[in-house]
Design a protein around this ligand. Structure first.
Ligand code: F0G
Length: 455
């Protein structure tokens, strides 16, 4: 096999600022051991998220210059609408400033008390927008999707029998069903074409619309091409088109597989729902031909949606994540298997078995990563999903650190450096202790909590 190389040349660069370990110790202390409170300028390699952090191409920057900023009927909207329709196939395209704005509009229209919206795993913002209306967000991912060691090729699949059974429960009111591709909450795991078809079929048999959270649709299409029987001869674009063919609509954050620094859309076929959605759009986002975006953003996103389906790009993208995963495993680091499309999830409980969950092993690991290596990852464990009741900590069911790769931003040398940092952290792992929270907000505490290191 020839080496898979970065399928681009670098035309513009952004210097990164180097710090010493001693400086980072001080920075971490001043940030109360919460990397969310560290200035981005003090981070060497930032793997907090793959959202909005992509490098745009020369063609995208060029498209920015021809953006039409007309309030109504902008040429840039036409180009954006045509590109979204070409790939996703929906009649109505409603641009929003990011994914959650599309979710907010959709859930305001279909949600409400007593309703249940099933998915494989709802992403946090989708869940929050559902629950905000009083409805229930239900996760129906297959059993293998909950097992970090399972090597199932499509761990993002929905348990179709459970979905069907949901409709037999008395009094259940399902306004629509969803599926997230790839399944971010479950580790960036893909969903098969067969499962997408089966989920659509069950929902339609019960007369319910089927919506797809399309954030990482291109990575999902690539996994289908690589792993699903009979799909290897098709292009990612053809596969993506088929993924959406049986659906009635989609929400998307274009900050992921749109190669955008901002952007999203709600797309759907139903005329009446689309009209209601546009009325809500005007209230908070803007006129329907720009939504929450500038004309130039729409131009850059239309180009991004084309570029993201390039097989050379997708091959490199998935190979980067796999390379990082394999090197970490060689060191002895336990990760969620198999590696997904946009991130590697490290099992912090296995890394620091001496730290109990209520002393936040994954937070300890993100702090060590920053202090020793200048690398920023994100805790997905008891800080994010646990809670404090009357001063007593209740742990979450997993302690992970997500290393999310921004698109087209870092090179293989950055990944090699990251692995060297992990080698050192692994060698020094027995001396590391946990943390305790000294200040926290009543909800979404992980963003602002202050910690102290335990001695
Ligand atoms: N759906 C999924 C699957 C996501 O991963 C995200 C964002 C959203 C919806 C919301 O989109 O941020 O544009 O409003 N995920 C980011 C992350 C924040 O870091 O995983 P948004």
């Amino acid at each position: 096999m020839p080496e898979i190389i970065e399928p681009f040349r670098i035309k513009a660069v952004e210097p990164i600022r180097f710090t010493t370990e001693a400086e980072r110790g001080g920075i971490l202390r001043r940030a109360h051991w919460n990397p969310f409170l560290i200035d981005a300028d003090d981070v060497l390699i930032d793997l907090l998220t793959d959202s909005g952090t992509s490098a745009m191409s020369a063609a995208q920057w060029g498209a920015i210059m021809v953006g039409d900023e007309s309030y109504a009927g902008s040429r840039s909207f036409k180009r954006f609408e045509a590109k979204v329709q070409e790939i996703f196939g929906f009649k109505h395209v409603i641009p929003t400033h990011q994914g959650r704005a599309a979710e907010k509009i959709l859930m305001s229209l279909v949600g409400g008390p007593g309703k249940t919206i099933p998915s494989n795993n709802h992403f946090d913002t989708t869940r929050a927008n559902i629950e905000f209306t009083g409805a229930t967000a239900l996760d129906l991912v297959i059993e293998e999707g909950r097992d970090p060691d399972s090597l199932h090729p499509f761990k993002g699949n929905i348990d179709v029998a459970k979905l069907d059974a949901l409709f037999q429960s008395p009094g259940v009111n399902v306004p629509l069903g969803m599926i997230t591709v790839t399944n971010n909450t479950g580790g960036g795991q893909p969903v098969s074409l067969e499962n997408i078809r089966a989920v659509g079929e069950v929902l339609h048999r019960h007369g319910k619309p089927f919506f797809i959270d399309a954030c990482r649709f291109a990575e999902n299409a690539w996994f289908i091409q690589q792993r699903e029987p009979g799909q290897s001869g098709r292009s990612p674009k053809e596969i993506a088109q088929e993924m959406f063919r049986g659906a009635d609509g989609a929400t998307m954050s274009l900050k992921k597989d749109g190669f955008g620094n901002i952007g999203g859309f709600l797309a759907l076929n139903d005329d009446k729902l689309a009209e209601q959605a546009r009325n809500l759009l005007i209230l908070t986002e803007g006129f329907p031909t720009y939504g929450g975006l500038a004309g130039r953003d729409l131009e850059a996103l239309a180009v991004g949606l084309k570029e993201v389906l390039d097989p050379h790009y997708l091959e490199y993208r998935v190979a980067t994540i796999r390379y990082l995963a394999e090197r970490l495993m060689t060191i002895g680091v336990r990760i969620v298997q198999p590696p997904g499309g946009h991130a590697v999830y490290v099992d912090a409980r296995a890394f620091y078995p001496q730290i109990p969950a209520v002393e936040f092993p994954a937070q300890a690991l993100v702090c060590e990563l920053y202090e020793k290596g200048g690398v920023r990852g994100v805790e997905i464990g008891s800080v994010m999903f646990g809670r404090s009741v009357d001063g007593v900590e209740h742990a979450a069911d997993r302690e992970l650190v997500r290393l999310a790769m921004p698109r087209r931003v870092y090179t293989q040398a950055h990944v090699n450096y990251l692995c060297e940092v992990f080698e050192r952290l692994f060698a020094e792992r027995e001396a590391v202790r946990g943390l305790r929270i000294v200040r926290q907000a009543p909800f979404l505490r992980h963003f602002t909590a202050h910690f102290e290191r335990l001695g």
